[in-house]
Design a binder for this molecule. Structure first.
Ligand SMILES: Nc1ncnc2c1ncn2[C@@H]1O[C@H](COP(=O)(O)OP(=O)(O)O)[C@@H](O)[C@H]1O
Ligand SMILES: [Mg+2]
Length: 141
């Protein structure tokens, strides 16, 4: 059984199913659930601008509110979950290093996310996690 579960969500439909499965897992194991989101700020390369503090704050507040909603969702399904908002770095790296430092024993991700490349079975984040994780990974469809 998995007792320390990390679910990564980008708000996509697939990630919604990842949350549902993660909730089911910790209910079975009576374990701990942590919901993680990695902030993906809009790219500025090529437009000759940098993000102002105000814009960064906007995205950060939005992400915090999103995580609170996800936490609430878990709560209504009977699970008290913790949340983590990572503010920089590639999503896969941030998720993998959090899983390691917090001694998680399962990572749950959606197979696809918000990105639009059709035809791929796995997105780049889920692909990198499945490839590099030293612990079990549950990929929801
Ligand atoms: N920024 C993010 N923060 C947390 N989890 C993420 C993030 N981006 C992707 N994920 C996780 O990885 C899964 C697959 O997404 P991704 O690999 O980015 O596919 P796509 O290329 O379709 O966007 C998502 O369902 C989610 O579980
Ligand atoms: Mg993506």
């Amino acid at each position: 059984v998995f007792s320390n579960v990390l679910v990564a969500t980008d708000g996509s439909e697939c990630a919604e199913r990842a949350l549902e499965s993660a909730i089911d897992m910790v209910k079975v194991s009576n374990g701990k659930l942590t919901i993680m989101h990695v902030l993906e700020l809009p790219p500025t390369v090529g437009i000759g601008k940098t993000l102002t503090a105000k814009v960064v704050r906007f995205y950060t507040n939005d992400a915090k509110a999103f995580l609170e909603e996800q936490q609430h969702e878990a709560k209504t399904r009977g699970v008290d979950a913790g949340t983590i908002l990572a503010k920089s770095g590639s999503p896969a790296k941030a998720i993998l290093s959090t899983a390691k430092s917090r001694k998680m024993d399962l990572i749950v991700v959606g197979s696809r996310g918000l990105g639009g490349v059709k035809g791929l079975l796995l997105g780049s984040v889920s692909n990198a996690i499945v490839h590099s994780a030293k612990i079990s990974v549950l990929v929801t469809k």
